[in-house]
Design a protein around this ligand. Structure first.
Ligand SMILES: Cc1ncc(COP(=O)(O)O)c(C=O)c1O
Length: 330
């Protein structure tokens, strides 16, 4: 029997994705579209919390190492709270949000090396200069409280059966789980990430590899060291959830599908939550339930998905083969 659902698509925190449901053959999909936040991603939730705490504790500066989205969010809220932001970024990254970050008065410091080195340099800067450290793992309770507001938003509309979260460091997933546990809820937490370099994925499948491939599409999800891997995996295991890895072509295809079906322009990395839902439904034979997808905006600096279309033919073959080779068990 169909459970009636009157969840309102207008104005509430969730969007019921009826056309996407029809196309995928999966019932009751809700989008938690974080693109509606001031800087377009879920990072605003924790950036606001960190900048507020920094101001309350009397700091005049705040710093973070970031591949882009978190940096814009910290820069934005640092301005709101009247403190100076120092944003460390990997020099080799796409960095399409640097202009926006600078526009909020932040200083952007490029570092040569991987994301982990960038975080290390930002931490060092915080210690040496007495700046507030907003890096992952530095004040985890602030991160978890910030992201638990996503759980609150979801619960204000539906009681979810499974929640699909894009995972890099795993902080978002761990924080949302924290929010559900506080409210006595237990939805299955499903982490969705790139197949090309994420500790949470590797640990989940027991894969030992140092191989990683970073592209403009999977950048937000690549974490050779996921700073919240332990907490994220705890959430997955405790909730009977799962972790899935995908290649870039899936990210782009599902982002395009979402745009076509729901008119929502999500960052391809986060559109992998749709790929995760499809795989989850197939794997567990669960084609209906209250499924919530956490999605971010920020699609090519807000210019939409057109820029990614051209990349599709390039990413399709290369990544697919390597993904299969790396994770045959997925
Ligand atoms: C769009 C997007 N999705 C997912 C993530 C990963 O979030 P977390 O590091 O909390 O797992 C990020 C992080 O930068 C991101 O920008």
């Amino acid at each position: 029997m169909e459970v009636p659902n009157d969840s309102d698509d207008e104005g509430g925190p969730l969007i019921r994705a009826r056309e996407l449901e029809r196309v995928l053959g999966i019932r009751r999909i809700y989008l938690d579209f974080e693109g509606r936040n001031p800087t377009g991603t879920h990072k605003d939730r924790i950036a606001e919390a960190h900048a507020r705490r920094a101001a309350e504790e009397g700091y005049s500066a705040i710093t973070v190492g970031t591949c882009g989205n978190y940096g814009v969010a910290i820069a934005y809220y640092a301005k709101v709270y009247g403190i100076k932001a120092y944003i460390f970024v990997p020099a080799g990254y796409t960095l399409e949000r640097t202009g926006e970050t600078l526009s909020y008065g932040a200083e952007v410091i490029p570092i040569h090396g991987p994301y982990e080195k960038v975080v290390f340099e930002s931490r060092k800067f915080a210690v040496e200069n007495g700046a507030y450290d907003a890096n992952p793992g530095s004040n985890p309770e602030v991160d978890y409280e910030g992201y638990s507001t996503i759980a609150d938003d979801i619960l204000s509309e539906v009681k979810p059966d499974a929640v699909f979260v894009p995972a890099g460091n795993g902080t978002t997933l761990a924080g949302i789980w924290h929010g559900f546990r506080k409210r006595g809820e237990n939805p299955r937490m499903v982490g969705v990430t790139t197949s090309f370099g994420n500790q949470i994925l590797w640990q989940f499948y027991g894969v030992e590899t140092e191989e990683f491939v970073e592209t403009p599409i999977n950048e937000p999800l690549v974490s050779m060291i996921s700073f919240d891997a332990i907490e994220a995996l705890k959430a997955v295991y405790e909730s009977n959830g799962y972790v899935f890895g995908f290649a870039d072509d899936d990210a782009v295809q599902y982002a395009l599908l979402l745009e076509k079906t729901e008119g929502v322009s999500a960052l391809p990395a986060s559109a992998l939550t749709i790929a995760g839902l499809v795989k989850f439904a197939r794997k567990f034979g669960m084609w209906r339930g209250n499924f919530v997808l956490v999605l971010t905006g920020g699609a090519h600096g807000g210019e939409g998905l057109g820029a990614y279309r051209g990349a599709l033919s390039y990413v399709r073959w290369e990544n697919r083969a390597r993904a299969c080779a790396l994770l045959q068990k997925v």
